[in-house]
Ligand binder design. Structure first.
Ligand code: PEP
Ligand code: MN
Length: 347
């Protein structure tokens, strides 16, 4: 159940509604939209009696959300899209007119290398730096990432460039550590239904780049997003990164119809990862342009100064030169669909 407050409702009225929700044995979750506040009511459906709230000052209307996901549902914000800000300032905001680009290597390989690539992706126009310090590897003997050292290296790259950093967290126990360094916590495809981890990043309050599970339907995906949202964290960015199919010319199949389909169902911003989505660098520029044309709210692109020698995911990593050229055409595609993809060059 969603209690939509009037546009002129006071904070005190929102507070009173929240207290009434608590008194009814339910959990209130106020969500501040661009124009108005809604209070999501979480808990046992049998306790949800809308008549209790209809006459409360400041309440506009009460909505029932019929989908199995509640907090992520498009109805929940009464038509407003959620904006998620990563880092300080306005240069990396997902869900608005601008389409930010997160770029960087699959893994943080060393301090000099991450600072160098951070400078290069920034010069190319990217808005945030990615890089894994804790890597979820298929093979237990493969490079597992530099762990906390990797986080320190990312932090040095942020200091050197001002770019906010996006990095993966693998376990609930690691959330406080990774949250201490990162501007945005990434949940990888392999953990998309690790519900305890989703709750833990929900409690951290940090923005979350939440990747779709490689074998998850979009209904399951949005229910999983509710674990983060219902834990009190509204800053969730969805990310289509490709799914497993019979097709084997790509590493995964990148279904771009997910973008408009998710936008119809959810108010959350959606980013596309054409690198994991295809597995091949030569496909990344075309699929990035296609993703923006399909209405995505951001891109996550693997970029490495020397892909042939990358420690992980070299085959799908583009070079900084390719990224720089790509940014120009992304801006033109964005303009054609009434968006912008303004390069961040002198921030
Ligand atoms: C990554 O971003 O490097 C990564 C491991 O992504 P995914 O979880 O989508 O495979
Ligand atoms: Mn990778």
């Amino acid at each position: 159940m969603i209690i939509v407050m009037r546009a002129d409702a006071t904070p005190q009225q929102v507070q009173t509604v929240s207290e009434l929700v608590l008194e009814a044995g339910l959990k209130p979750q106020p969500i501040q939209g661009t124009d108005l506040v809604v209070v999501a009511v979480i808990g046992d459906d049998r306790l949800k009696d809308s008549s209790k709230f209809e006459q409360v000052p400041g309440v506009d209307r009460i909505l029932r959300v019929l989908s199995p996901y509640k907090m992520a549902a498009v109805e929940t914000t009464a038509g407003q899209r959620t904006l998620v800000r990563v880092g300080e300032g306005e240069s990396c905001v997902f869900g608005g007119a601008n389409v930010p680009v997160i770029a960087g290597p699959c893994s943080v390989e060393g301090e000099d290398k991450i600072i160098e690539i951070a400078q290069q992706v920034k010069a190319a126009g990217a808005h945030a730096l990615r890089g894994g310090a804790f890597k979820p590897r298929t093979n237990p003997y493969a490079f597992q990432g530099h762990g906390e050292d990797g986080l320190r290296m990312l932090s040095a790259a942020r200091d050197a460039t001002g770019l906010p950093i996006v990095t993966e967290v693998l376990t609930p126990a690691d959330v406080p550590l990774v949250a201490k360094y990162a501007d945005c916590l990434q949940i990888g495809t392999r953990n998309a239904q690790n519900f305890k981890l989703l709750e833990a990043v929900g409690e951290s309050g940090k923005p979350v780049l939440f990747k779709r599970g490689m074998a998850m339907t979009i209904d399951e995906y949005l229910q999983a997003a509710d674990y983060i949202l219902a834990a009190g964290n509204p800053n969730v960015i969805l990310c289509e990164r490709g799914i497993r199919t019979f097709e084997d010319h790509t590493r995964n199949t990148l279904p771009l119809a997910t973008v408009p389909a998710l936008k119809r169902r959810s108010h959350l911003p959606i980013v596309v990862d054409p690198s994991h989505g295809t597995g091949h660098a030569y496909l990344v520029p075309d699929m990035s342009r296609a993703a923006i044309a399909a209405g995505c709210d951001g891109l996550a692109i693997e970029c490495h100064q020397d892909p042939a020698h990358a420690m992980t995911d070299g085959a799908q990593s583009i070079t900084p030169a390719v990224l720089a050229e790509l940014m120009g055409s992304l801006a033109r595609v964005a303009e054609a669909v009434d968006r912008t993809c303004l390069p961040l060059i002198n921030a």
